[in-house]
Design a protein. Sequence first.
Length: 85
Amino acid sequence: MFCKNCGKQIEDGSKFCPECGESQYGHQPSEPDSVQAQKKLIYYGTLASLAGIIIGIYIKQIHIVVVSALGFMVGAFKINELRKR
Ligand SMILES: [Zn+2]
């Protein structure tokens, strides 16, 4: 990313520019690692649920389909929630 004040390239996610000291918060909102990790977890969980639905249908195990579909819905809902922020 670049400093919004002096335009110098600075480390991604920096709160302050090391060159001019300008606060970068609010201009280019960067997410803390924990939020990114949480997002990854939700995305992979949702993908895994989708795979579960397909596998459940393939092996004709309806309870696997139902459980996976529930997991997928929860995952999709959480992704939606994260996108609102
Ligand atoms: Zn700067």
